[in-house]
Design a protein around this ligand. Structure first.
Ligand SMILES: [Mg+2]
Ligand SMILES: [Zn+2]
Length: 190
């Protein structure tokens, strides 16, 4: 069956970017952008499934426990979902770069998990309407690894001044999630 899916990075897309090498460790540090609720609601109403795909090495570094990360996740979902569910899944890789975990972006392991769960063969991603929205080139590479259309938002890690040094180019660039979503909503289903 034809599926519409948006994969979303968390830090810098849904909430304010904590800074390079920094992590969101406490609820007080999780500042959701004001447009997130409406933007995600619009996607949901347009029939998109929404999955958050996030690297959180803070867990393997021992800065928070996996239980605290789950707590933080429920807190986040409470802030962005009203009465009805909005996010279809939140997937984390808690490992560090040197662990070479296949689930850590830029590796596409977590997207693969979602596709598997939805019964979409990797070779058929183009028969569906799929997007990845992220604020870092790792997100872009993760999407590119599976041929998924990707959108870089400038509300987090990256900025246009660094563009000449980028080792990959995103399909689209917008200033934030709200603009990215407005663009996605103009895209025709195949
Ligand atoms: Mg990010
Ligand atoms: Zn991992």
């Amino acid at each position: 069956m034809f599926k519409k899916i948006v994969f979303l990075d968390r830090d810098g897309v849904i909430n304010v970017y904590p800074g390079n090498g920094e992590y969101i460790l406490k609820k007080e540090e999780l500042k959701i952008f004001p447009f997130v609720k409406d933007a995600l609601r619009k996607l949901k109403q347009a029939g998109f499934l929404l999955y958050i795909i996030s690297n959180q090495a803070c867990v393997s570094k021992g800065l928070i426990t996996s239980e605290q990360l789950l707590d933080l996740t429920s807190y986040m979902l409470n802030l962005i979902e009203d009465s009805s569910p909005l996010i279809d899944g939140v997937y984390y890789c808690v490992h560090q770069e040197e662990d070479s975990c296949p689930f850590r972006k830029p590796s596409p392991g977590l997207i693969r998990e979602v596709l598997k769960k939805l019964g979409i063969p990797e070779t058929e991603v183009n028969n569906h309407l799929l997007f990845f929205i992220g604020d870092s080139l790792r997100d872009i590479k993760c999407a590119q690894a599976l041929g998924i259309r990707n959108i870089l938002v400038l509300s987090g890690k990256e900025n246009l001044e660094n563009k000449p040094a980028w080792d990959t180019q995103p399909d689209y660039i917008f200033s934030n999630l709200e603009e990215a979503v407005n663009f996605i909503l103009t895209q025709k289903t195949p």
